[in-house]
Design a protein. Structure first.
Length: 229
């Protein structure tokens, strides 16, 4: 699909998404507790897709993805500036749920609405065939995109990142990530391999795709192997 054709398809799809009220009018369970405000940035040119969970309160207010502390940490992980991150030629940002799902009794975010991915995700992914690096943030994105290949939990799935980061011919490269929430600071301290081994490889893959450089191999460095031997 040519980029111009993809752009037309995506523009029409985004217009439909902006008007979507499935979670209010045909909900699976309780309806969305507020007016829908979808936050999604598909792209016909970006080679990297960020598959997050759903907007939080700050993103719901701003209407722009990752305008919170989680976004600051994610951009640090990727090694990109705000300008690079919000350039839709670099990144498509398509969460599992497009609208803020509301808060639970303890004040935490509810899971992404189940209606959203079931209705929209396959069509959007098909309209972005140029994507060749999928960043799967958290259990919902990992469950959808990895299916039975996903490990039992997020930690083990992320720990097994090398298995997903070496794609077979014609398949996109996949890198599972924990949520960049500052609530996961303790997780990062308990799992130093994430910053020491995964992030350098991820940053190189991102640089290659946003600079259109020659492909690199997604394998661990010799130094990483030596450190574990």
């Amino acid at each position: 699909m040519a980029a111009s054709n993809s752009e037309s398809v995506l523009a029409a799809k985004v217009a439909e998404i902006r008007a979507c009220r499935i979670c209010v009018e045909r909900p699976r369970g309780k309806p969305l507790p507020h007016e829908p405000r979808p936050v999604v940035v598909p792209s016909a040119r970006a080679r990297i897709l960020i598959a997050g969970q759903a907007p939080g309160t700050r993103v719901h207010a701003s209407g722009r993805p990752f305008t919170d502390r989680s976004g600051d940490r994610l951009r640090e992980w990727l090694g990109v500036s705000d300008a690079e991150f919000y350039d839709s030629d670099n990144f498509a940002i398509v969460p599992m749920g497009f609208c803020f799902p509301g808060l639970d009794a303890k004040g935490g975010d509810l899971p992404p609405r189940r209606e959203c991915a079931a209705h929209w995700r396959a069509e959007l992914m098909a309209a972005m065939p140029q994507i060749d690096l999928l960043l799967l943030i958290g259990q919902y994105a990992q469950s959808w995109h990895l299916g039975s290949a996903r490990e039992k939990g997020v930690t083990e799935t992320v720990r097994n990142w090398r298995a997903y980061a070496s794609p077979s011919s014609g398949r996109a490269m996949i890198v599972p990530l924990p949520h960049p929430s500052w609530r996961n600071t303790g997780w990062l301290k308990k799992n130093p391999w994430f910053e020491a081994e995964l992030l350098p490889v991820l940053r190189r893959a991102v640089v290659e795709r946003i600079t259109r450089a020659a492909p690199i191999q997604m394998h661990e460095s010799n130094s990483s192997r030596e450190n574990r031997s």
